[in-house]
Write a protein that binds this ligand. Structure first.
Ligand code: THG
Length: 376
């Protein structure tokens, strides 16, 4: 075993149930400070401390082992039909080289996941899932309706290259053509003689790519190539950054989006085709849920840095509960605290004053119009 082998800790014992991607050894050796699980897999929590990871992501380039973004592969003559059954977004509008962010819903129109969808070939889809057992929905529906599909989790481990210098780094590996790749489009690139998918996407708003790395072989080699090519760009190992994603309003399933919420409550209504039935199993239910009385809003929380958040924080006004904060952070560049809140319609207008109840006591807070990390 290499010296980077992870032996677990008393608080996080070792078990094969917490799976690791082929990039795990390299990422761990680069100094991962801790892990959480996501899709029954380990993902690093940070490398150089929250503020330094944030500063570096916004100024340089990072390579992230996001193998936890598992793919569900659905192929066969009914593959498109089955994918469409899971989402109100009209997937017939997805171009061959496009990535589609799709709310997925159950028969009641409640969110089951919020994956990124790719059609990797005609009649073959990859659903790049957030943290839920979405594969069981597909297997259940396919079995019940005897659809002509096969469904499995392939050996695909996304590797993200994120930050303002991501284009420079990727261009050194795959050539200047990657610079022309548009947002949420993908192309094929060569990785040690194997054809793989490189998309302009990723769980930050700093720009960059996700390589859908296939198999195990050559993973460490690719990692080393990226770090050799990017030395003068100050490339570092990273992982999705809580402060960066919260201030930008990138949503997290099971935190900001819960199983009882509709896409309309999650602010994803614009992605739902409601004029005609495109084949989503939740369509009829969603028809009656298009005007929610609670919805996700940006919130600014007064005072110094917040305590870490492990529970929803109630939002109140005049002693009444009017919402909840699901994610929060120090928005270092803005010298304030940012949060993602689910607000009742009575208090969701911008500039509404409310209180947020952390485990360390209440704070004044203000509902905002836009997320701080978004320019548009
Ligand atoms: N990339 C890939 N798979 C993923 C994620 C990812 N699976 C898990 C998780 N992240 C799924 N959730 C999200 C949430 C937000 C975005 C992508 C996946 C995202 N949103 C953009 C935004 O809000 O600006 C773009 C949305 C759009 O307009 O299309 O990127 O990150 N492969």
């Amino acid at each position: 075993m290499s010296q980077t082998q992870f032996y677990g800790t008393t608080t996080m014992p070792l078990t094969v149930r917490m799976r690791r991607s082929p990039f795990w050894e390299r990422s761990h050796a680069a100094g991962a400070q801790g892990y959480i699980t996501y899709n029954n897999m380990l993902i690093a929590t940070g490398f150089h401390g929250p503020q330094e990871d944030y500063r570096h992501l916004k100024s340089a380039v990072q390579v992230w082992d996001v193998g936890v973004e598992r793919q569900i592969e659905i192929s066969g003559p009914d593959a498109g039909k089955l994918v469409q059954m899971s989402t109100p977004r009209d997937i017939s509008r997805m171009g061959d080289d496009q990535c589609f962010y799709i709310p997925t819903v159950d028969g009641l129109g409640c969110m089951t996941n919020d994956p990124v969808l790719l059609r990797v070939e005609q009649d073959r889809y990859w659903v790049s899932i957030a943290d839920s057992d979405q594969i069981l929905f597909y297997k259940g529906v396919a079995a019940a309706l005897q659809l002509r599909v096969s469904i499995h989790e392939p050996h695909v481990s996304p590797l993200a290259i994120q930050g303002p210098k991501a284009d420079d780094l990727a261009a050194r590996i795959w050539g200047d053509c990657v610079r022309d790749l548009r947002f949420f489009r993908w192309m094929h690139v060569d990785v040690n003689g194997q054809k793989m998918i490189l998309a302009r996407s990723g769980y930050s708003v700093q720009g960059g790519f996700e390589l859908y790395f296939e198999g195990h072989e050559g993973a460490a080699n690719l990692w080393d190539q990226l770090f050799e090519a990017g030395t003068d760009l100050d490339v570092r190992a990273g992982t999705p950054c809580q402060a960066e994603r919260v201030e930008a309003g990138l949503l997290s399933y099971l935190s900001d989006i819960t199983q009882d919420m509709t896409p309309f409550e999650a602010g994803l209504g614009a992605m739902c085709a409601m004029d005609k039935d495109v084949g989503c199993l939740g369509f009829a239910a969603l028809k009656n849920k298009q005007s929610p009385n609670r919805q996700i809003r940006p919130i600014e929380i007064a005072g110094g840095p917040l305590p870490p958040q492990g529970t929803f924080w109630p939002v109140t006004a005049g002693g009444q509960t009017v919402g909840r904060v699901s994610s929060s952070c120090r928005a270092y560049d803005f010298d304030c605290n940012a949060g993602i809140a689910l607000m009742n319609d009575s208090h969701w207008d911008p500039q509404t004053n409310v209180q947020v109840h952390t485990q360390d006591g209440p704070r004044d807070a203000l509902v905002k119009e836009k997320f701080l990390g978004r320019t548009s």
